[in-house]
Design a binder for this molecule. Structure first.
Ligand SMILES: C[S@@+](CC[C@H](N)C(=O)[O-])C[C@H]1O[C@@H](n2cnc3c(N)ncnc32)[C@H](O)[C@@H]1O
Length: 376
């Protein structure tokens, strides 16, 4: 199978898959390949926090031209995976320039599928634009063409708890990846001082409590497959729910905007995590560390330059000063696209990890602040 992810999260996803029990795990660019049985495919969909979707490859051919592509796809036994009544969709991606645009490539693949059905059964199945029953992914690379079926459906970052979004909510898959990349230990108190709709805190709490990432999801694409084994899925879901545990470490969020505080609280309630996460309305620049003797882990996604009403340099300088003066003994991790802002932070970074927040290239940076003297 192939689990797709965001750039920079491949290692985190590999670790997750190995922990869940995947075999032959191998990283690619924005994906991780692995093997497992049908039950494992259900488990990966239910539990992986940093996968966007899980694909099951069904066909491979060494095609080199657009013509060979159509002929090869005409030989694919599409009828093994769908019937005349199935509303289908096909998406194409390419890492070699075989087609000028992937929309045209998808159209040719649809032609191959439809022509095959017409020849065999005299009728054609219809395309499902909004909610297809089955989605095929065709990927063209140097090696050839791989066709897969999507086992997930709606992307796995749509967890189902985010009923309320803030102006710039972070993708849930990215948020889960940041929690892992920042190496938050579930025994250290966690603070997001600019929490917006609360995504980072929700993903952190779910990790600490071992709650499957898709616990709130209504359906997966594999539930519509001919070979769907409901008993197996129910057994796996139960086994995963049995692993859920309590989390006794404080998880706290601040935001200065009353609307963000309200949204975060609503999302936390929707995720059933109100017992674990507290949100307070605060201007971070006016705060002090709540328990100065305790080690604190900060993970935050402050406003970026272009979304910031105020001057980025000034804002990031204020942020750095607040951490330096009021937050001794704290590991600060920040995801930002404001390189200019970072320069004004005034603290030395110990790590920088390249990531993308949507289309914006960004960095996850680590500023360790020691106990005692800020200058250390
Ligand atoms: C990019 S958003 C965070 C988005 C969040 N990660 C999410 O998933 O929704 C930045 C947040 O910082 C908040 N903010 C800006 N200045 C602040 C300050 N001085 N103190 C606290 N919060 C602040 C904004 O209100 C906004 O909600």
């Amino acid at each position: 199978m192939v689990a797709k992810t965001l750039f920079g999260l491949e290692q985190v996803l590999e670790n997750e898959l190995k922990l869940l029990g995947a075999a032959s795990v191998k990283q690619g660019v924005r994906n991780v390949r692995f093997t497992g049985d049908t039950g494992f495919m259900y488990k990966a969909n239910l539990c992986c926090r940093t996968a966007l979707r899980v694909l099951k490859p069904i066909y491979f051919d060494h095609v080199k031209s657009a013509d060979a592509y159509y002929h090869s796809l005409s030989r694919l036994p599409w009828e093994d995976y769908m019937t005349l009544d199935t509303r289908f969709s096909i998406q194409v991606t390419q890492s070699v320039p075989m087609f000028r645009n992937t929309m045209f490539a998808a159209q040719r693949a649809k032609d191959a599928l439809v022509d095959r059905f017409r020849k065999r059964e005299g009728k054609r199945p219809s395309v499902g634009k909004e909610q297809p029953d089955i989605t095929f992914f065709v990927h063209l690379s140097q090696k050839g063409m791989e066709v897969s079926i999507d086992s997930s459906g709606a992307p796995l970052n749509q967890r189902g708890y985010r009923t309320e979004t803030n102006i710039a909510p972070i993708n849930e898959v990215l948020a889960a990846g940041l929690v892992a990349l920042s190496r938050w230990k579930h025994t250290t108190p966690l603070l997001d001082p600019m929490c917006g709709s609360g995504t980072l805190l929700i993903e952190a709490a779910m990790q600490a409590c071992d709650i499957p990432s898709q616990i709130n999801r209504k359906e997966f694409a594999f539930e519509k497959w001919n070979d769907y084994d409901q008993d197996l899925f129910v057994t796996i879901r139960k086994a995963m729910l049995n692993r859920v545990k309590e989390c006794f470490i404080p998880l706290v969020g601040y935001d200065k905007a009353p609307s963000a505080v309200r949204k975060a609280q609503q999302n936390i309630e929707a995720a059933n995590l109100s017992d674990y996460i507290s949100i307070r309305r605060r201007d971070f620049f006016k705060t002090q560390k709540e328990h100065p003797d305790q080690h604190l882990h900060v993970l935050t996604n402050p406003p970026y330059g272009e979304r910031l009403a105020v001057d980025a340099q000034l804002f990031y300088k204020q942020m750095g000063d607040t951490f330096k003066q009021n937050y001794p003994n704290t590991d600060v991790w920040i995801i930002t696209s404001s390189m200019e802002g970072l320069k004004s932070f005034g603290l030395r970074t110990s790590r920088k990890i390249k990531l993308f927040n949507g289309k914006l290239e960004g960095r996850l940076v680590h500023f360790p602040i020691y106990a005692g003297s800020a200058s250390r």
